[in-house]
Write a protein that binds this ligand. Structure first.
Ligand code: SF4
Length: 337
C-alpha cells in the first residue's frame, strides 16, 4: 500500500544523504559487491566523469550482480574511453542556443535555465557530462540578466529549470529563483527536470512543497526514471507529496542498452509509473555523447520494442519516442506507424 502520511524528512536530511554519497569507483564496487573488467581503463573513465551515487539509489541495486540495470547507469566502464565516430562532447550543440550564460533558448515559447551545476547522481550516459558548467553558473548577477531576457520576450510562457539538477539548490535559493521568475507576468509555467526525488526522496521537504504550493505558476515536474526498480516505496511517498500540492508529474527516460532496452523492462517501468500517477512523457533515443556509445540501442530494435509497447499498453501509458537533433526546433517523433 502507498504511504500517504506527512513527510517525515527534515529540511537538511537530504543534504546529509548527499554528503555521504559514494564518490569513487572502488567504493562503488565494494558497496555493490562486484569486480569489474579492465579496471585501469575504467579508472581513467572515472577521472573524466567522477562517480556519484547516493545511498537510497545504491540500496536498490542488487548486490553481487554486475549487470544490475541501476548499477549499469552509474558504473564507470572502460568502454567510455573508446573513441567512437559520431559521439561528441556537445551532441545537441547547446552552446549555439545559449543566449545569455545560464539560459538556453532553443524551442518556441520556453527557455531552459541551467539552475545548478551539480547532480546528486552521475549517470554515465548523460548528454551534459561535458557541459561547461563553470561558464554557465547562475549567479545573482546572471539571474538578473536571465530575467531581463525573459521579460523582453513576451512569447516565453514556460521556464524550465534544468542543470545539473535544479533541486540541488537549497529551498531558500529556489525560493529566490521562483520569485524572480513569477514576477514576469507572461511566464505561466515552471517546469522542473530532476532526478532528485528518485535518487534522494528526502529532497521532497516540507519547505519545497510550500514553495510549489505558494507560487502562482503552474508547476510541472519531469522525473527521469529509466527502470522500475528505481521507484521504491520512499520514491512513491515523495511523488504523492508532490502530487498533493498540485505538481503535475511526468516521466522521461532514455532508451539504454543493458538497462531498459527490453520490452519487459519498458512495460514494468510504464506500469509502475502508472501506479504512482506519473504520466509517461518521452522515451528518448540516446544522444550521441562521447563516452556513452555502449548504451546505444539500434534504431530498428528501438522501433520494434516500441511497437510492442504500443500493442501491450493503452495509449495513455505509451511515451512518445523521440530523438533530439541539434538543428531542429522540435524533437523528432519516431514511431512504427
Ligand atoms: S543531468 Fe540528469 S542525466 Fe545528467 S548526470 Fe545529472 S541527473 Fe544524470
Amino acid at each position: 500500500m502507498i504511504a500517504r502520511s506527512e513527510p517525515i524528512w527534515q529540511s537538511d536530511d537530504w543534504q546529509i544523504v548527499l554528503k555521504n554519497s559514494i564518490r569513487t569507483l572502488g567504493d562503488l564496487c565494494e558497496a555493490a559487491n562486484i569486480q569489474i573488467d579492465e579496471l585501469p581503463i575504467a579508472l581513467q573513465a572515472e577521472k573524466s566523469f567522477r562517480v556519484m551515487v547516493p545511498a537510497p539509489y545504491l540500496s536498490r541495486i542488487e548486490k553481487g550482480n554486475p549487470t544490475d540495470p541501476l548499477l549499469l547507469q552509474v558504473l564507470p566502464s572502460a568502454k567510455e574511453m573508446l573513441d567512437v565516430p559520431g559521439f561528441v562532447n556537445d551532441p545537441l550543440e547547446e552552446e549555439q542556443f545559449t543566449k545569455v550564460p545560464g539560459l538556453i533558448h532553443k524551442y518556441h515559447g520556453r527557455v531552459l535555465l541551467i539552475s545548478h551545476a551539480a547532480c546528486a547522481v552521475h549517470c554515465r550516459y548523460c548528454f551534459r557530462r561535458h557541459f561547461p558548467y563553470s561558464e554557465n553558473a547562475l549567479t545573482q548577477d546572471q539571474l538578473i540578466k536571465v530575467c531581463e531576457y525573459i521579460q523582453a520576450d513576451q512569447s516565453i510562457h514556460e521556464v524550465i529549470l534544468s542543470g545539473g539538477d535544479p533541486l540541488m539548490n537549497k529551498d531558500e535559493q529556489l525560493a529566490k529563483l521562483i520569485s524572480a521568475i513569477e514576477a514576469i507576468p507572461h511566464v505561466e509555467t515552471l517546469r522542473v527536470h530532476t532526478r532528485l526525488p528518485i535518487v534522494i526522496p528526502e529532497r521532497v521537504t516540507n519547505g519545497l512543497l510550500d514553495l510549489f504550493k505558494g507560487t502562482r505558476l503552474k508547476v510541472v515536474m519531469v522525473i527521469h526514471a529509466n527502470h522500475a526498480n528505481e521507484l521504491d516505496q520512499a520514491v512513491a511517498t515523495a511523488l504523492y507529496r508532490l502530487a498533493e500540492v498540485s505538481v503535475r508529474l511526468l516521466n522521461q527516460s532514455v532508451y539504454l542498452k543493458g538497462v531498459n532496452a527490453s520490452l519487459q523492462g519498458q512495460l514494468s517501468l510504464l506500469r509502475r509509473l502508472h501506479h504512482l500517477d506519473v504520466q509517461p512523457y518521452y522515451l528518448h533515443l540516446l544522444d550521441k555523447t562521447k563516452g556513452a556509445a555502449h548504451y546505444l540501442v539500434a534504431d530498428e530494435l528501438a522501433l520494434e520494442v516500441y511497437s510492442q509497447i504500443q500493442a501491450n499498453l493503452p495509449g495513455y501509458l505509451v511515451p512518445t519516442l523521440v530523438r533530439e537533433k541539434p538543428h531542429e526546433l522540435n524533437k523528432r517523433r519516431l514511431d512504427s506507424r
